[in-house]
Structure formats: structure tokens, C-alpha cells
Design a protein around this ligand. Structure first.
Ligand SMILES: [Zn+2]
Length: 303
């Protein structure tokens, strides 16, 4: 697949990662003292947004944050190093966080409607790393405290020296189709009328295709025949990789597991096309920054 064939948001970051550099801790220290380096502040994963753009600051502004505020290096954007800094521990509310007066710390789903696709990919990367670091303060091998290394690219245990790297949780998300209609469902935490493609985590020792087949049967009683991989999306809620499929269903019979899906409907392509074009129907399609929306766009655009 060519990069341009993946339409997903949170993907295609303009950042070049520096994972192959040998002396990464030295590079991080050098870039932190270079005032041309930039950083994006996040409050609980939500970015500072100013004038319709992500609120990047010079790393020189780091002095306005406590010395122990977590900061990670994401990589290089052109000749500038890009960092993210966590304002969460500094302030109990986003309005009290440093530089809030420049704009607003904005819930990331709202920011996604405003800031550029490039900036959203960077913000998502920072959000993902902070969440992973927050949950990996202690070694999964021996229980001792771990320490951030390489500008946040890994953590190391001070006792047993095990290195821990950021993990990705794969999810299979499936647009099931049958004779000109697709299946959308609503999980209990979605508001009424908000429908999406069905999805589930890939379990231990399972392929994404097997997960797709299992989830659709468990949640909706739908048997999939042909399962076709489309594209993937990093999804920083908190650390998932969404793997998108379009798949043929054997029939339109539904047997819902109402703990997982409270409503599911087969919807004709014409109605999906109308909803994507902005028509007010009795259901809402997911926003553009979701892979479910991109699966719908792809299928609705096919003959
Ligand atoms: Zn350890």
C-alpha cells in the first residue's frame, strides 16, 4: 500500500523518529537546550490550541513548567526537534495550566476538528506516550521503579535493568457488508443515533482477521465470509492500533450481545452516502478523524 492510500487521521506524522541514533540521551539533552526546538503542552492528553492551530512553544518556555513535568521527544520536523510536555501534574484544571492564556487546552476530539492533520498526528503521539509512561512507572518483570530513557522512547528498570518499550494494542474494526448495505452498531457508551463499525481487541495468539471474524459473530451473530484488510490507524485512546477491514457477511441475520451492542442496523449505501454528505437522517456517522468514517467513505465510494 502506498502512504497516500491511507486516509486516516492520527497517521502520517510529519515527524522523523530518531530511534536508530546511538547516543539518543545526548541528542535529547542537546535539543532541549536548543531554543529552536518546539514543544506542545498537553493537559491530560488534550493539546493547547491557539488561533486554530496546535499551540507549539519554544522549549525555552519549559522554565514555566515544574522541573519534573514529564517531557518526551517525538523526533524531528524538518530541522526542528519536537517535544511534548505534560501539564497535567502542574495544574488540576486545564485553565490553570501554563500558557492557558494563549488559547485553550482543548479535548482532543474537539481539537481534531480544528487543527491540521499533521499537528493532530503529533498531538496523538505525545498523548499516547504520556499515557504509556504513566502506566509503566514500575517494572513488569520485578516491580521496582522504572526510569524514562531516550527522551521517552523506552523505560529502564533500575533494579533488574529490563528495558520496556511502548506497547500497541491491536484492534480489528470491521465494516460488514451484504448486498448493497453495511452493518453499523451502537455500543452502550455511545449516545443514541451514533452508529459505528463493530470492533474488538485482537486477543492473545490471534490474527486480526480471526479477531474480526470472532467479534462480528460474538457481538452481532454475523458470519463473515471474505475479509479484506484496508488500512490502519494509530488511535491514542489510549494506545491502540486500529486495523480496518471490509468484509462480506453471509446473511443479514442479527443476534446481538446486548452487553456489547445495544443497537445494530443494516443501512443501504444511498443512506450512507447521504449521511456522509451531511444529510440529517435518524443516525449519525462517525467523525472524519475515525477509521470507521474512512471505512464508510471507502465503501460508499465504490461501485
Ligand atoms: Zn525490574
Amino acid at each position: 500500500m502506498r502512504p497516500e492510500d491511507n486516509p486516516n487521521w492520527f497517521a502520517h506524522s510529519p515527524i522523523a523518529r530518531l530511534n536508530n541514533e546511538k547516543a539518543l540521551d545526548d541528542i535529547v539533552a542537546e535539543k532541549l537546550s536548543d531554543p529552536s526546538s518546539v514543544m506542545i503542552p498537553l493537559w491530560r492528553g488534550d493539546p493547547l490550541v491557539a488561533d486554530g492551530a496546535a499551540g507549539f512553544l519554544s522549549v525555552a518556555a519549559r522554565t514555566e513548567f515544574p522541573a519534573d513535568a514529564p517531557i518526551v521527544m517525538l523526533g524531528m520536523r524538518g530541522d526542528k526537534a519536537v517535544f511534548a510536555i505534560d501539564a497535567s501534574r502542574v495544574a488540576q484544571s486545564p485553565d490553570a495550566a501554563p500558557f492557558a492564556e494563549l488559547g485553550a487546552y482543548t479535548p482532543i476530539r474537539e481539537a481534531a476538528a480544528v487543527i491540521s492533520k499533521d499537528d493532530l498526528a503529533i498531538v496523538g503521539h505525545g498523548r499516547w506516550l504520556f499515557e504509556w509512561h504513566r502506566k509503566h512507572q514500575f517494572c513488569a518483570n520485578c516491580g521496582a521503579p522504572t526510569e524514562m530513557k531516550n527522551g521517552g522512547a523506552k523505560r529502564r528498570c533500575g533494579a533488574c535493568e529490563t528495558e520496556h518499550f511502548p506497547r500497541t494494542d491491536p484492534v480489528a474494526i470491521v465494516l460488514a457488508i451484504h448486498d448493497g448495505a453495511c452493518l453499523l452498531g451502537r455500543s452502550p457508551h455511545f449516545p443514541p443515533g451514533f452508529l459505528s463499525a463493530l470492533a474488538g481487541f485482537v486477543e492473545a495468539a490471534e490474527t486480526p482477521e480471526e479477531a474480526a471474524r470472532r467479534e462480528l459473530f460474538e457481538e452481532a451473530g454475523v458470519k463473515l465470509t471474505d475479509i479484506r484488510y484496508q488500512f490502519s490507524q494509530p488511535w491514542p485512546f489510549p494506545t491502540s492500533l486500529m486495523m480496518g477491514f471490509i468484509a462480506d457477511a453471509e446473511s443479514r441475520d442479527l443476534h446481538l450481545d446486548t452487553n456489547e451492542i445495544v443497537e445494530a442496523r443494516w443501512i443501504d449505501r444511498a443512506d450512507i452516502q447521504a449521511a456522509l454528505a451531511g444529510a440529517q437522517l435518524d443516525f449519525r456517522v462517525p467523525p472524519r478523524f475515525t477509521i470507521a468514517r474512512q471505512l464508510l467513505e471507502r465503501w460508499a465510494g465504490q461501485e
